[in-house]
Design a binder for this molecule. Sequence first.
Ligand code: ZN
Length: 331
Amino acid sequence: MADRAFCPRCYEDVEFNTVKDTETIELDGAKYTYRIRKAICATCGAEAVHNPYRQEAGEAFDDAVREANGIVSLTIVRDLPKKYNIGKRPLSTLLGWGELTYSRFMEGAIPNREYSDIIKDLYDHPESFKALLLRNGEKIKPVAKRKASEAVDHALHNQYPDAVRIYEVAERMIDLAEGDITPMALQKLVYYAQAFSAILCDAPLFLQPPRAWAAGPVYGQLWHEYKHGVLIPDAVSRDDSPFSDDENDVIEGVYEAFGRYSGPELSRFTHSEEPWVEARQRAGAQDGDWCEEQISLESIVAYFGPIAEKYKIRSSDRIKHYVNDLANKPS
Ligand SMILES: [Zn+2]
């Protein structure tokens, strides 16, 4: 039997045709417009009431309000537990929220900005979820923790297929620093190795783009894991490194040029360089703002190509000339 709708004019359940339309609702002085589907009575042409369409319209309105206010969509709220194979109660516990808080969001309650940002970050960045699991995993049942760990590792692998290469660069840097390197400095050295290999070896060392965090370019997964002490990369010597001679030369040249500066000094260097500055501007981020904007490989090449020209960096031993200038720039 075909679906039917209730026609208020015919005053009975009728066959209907579907038309697409938009609807605008004003709420607290703001107007929200969204797409809907309407049921039109096949007998008299009046708008008929079809409950699934009303429900759809309700959800579309809800999504429009959320989108206009930068609040996470209901779809993402509902997908997050699936993505990390975790129940809504353990997830709430993991987050340190009330046990039923996440369930209420899944039923349609609109989270405030703070909760919404946390949900979005976890959904977009498996490394954030992994860090959460590492911090609070003891609060949930071991079996729930194990399932979620497997799911997040899977998500990490999908999102960062070449993450291993980043670790390998990190391992070489740790070896060159004889283990004495902070998470912040490590990030910057990996970034500069990536930048100069893209120029000098005509190919980047890996594909993952860094993000324009407040203190400079950061590779999220490496950051979280090195900082929280899991999967700490081991030092790896040149002999055991998987990189070509040219690539190893660049990694070592970058270390020689930048390795004697502290994390905060290196952070200051990157703040004077276009790739980070441009990404922050694009995202509208002010000084110190949280920002997840990607720094594209194209923007890195567009900046460091001319730098290599200007400082005649045709091999890695000249990188230090650029660094000397950076260090002498007033901040
Ligand atoms: Zn009718």
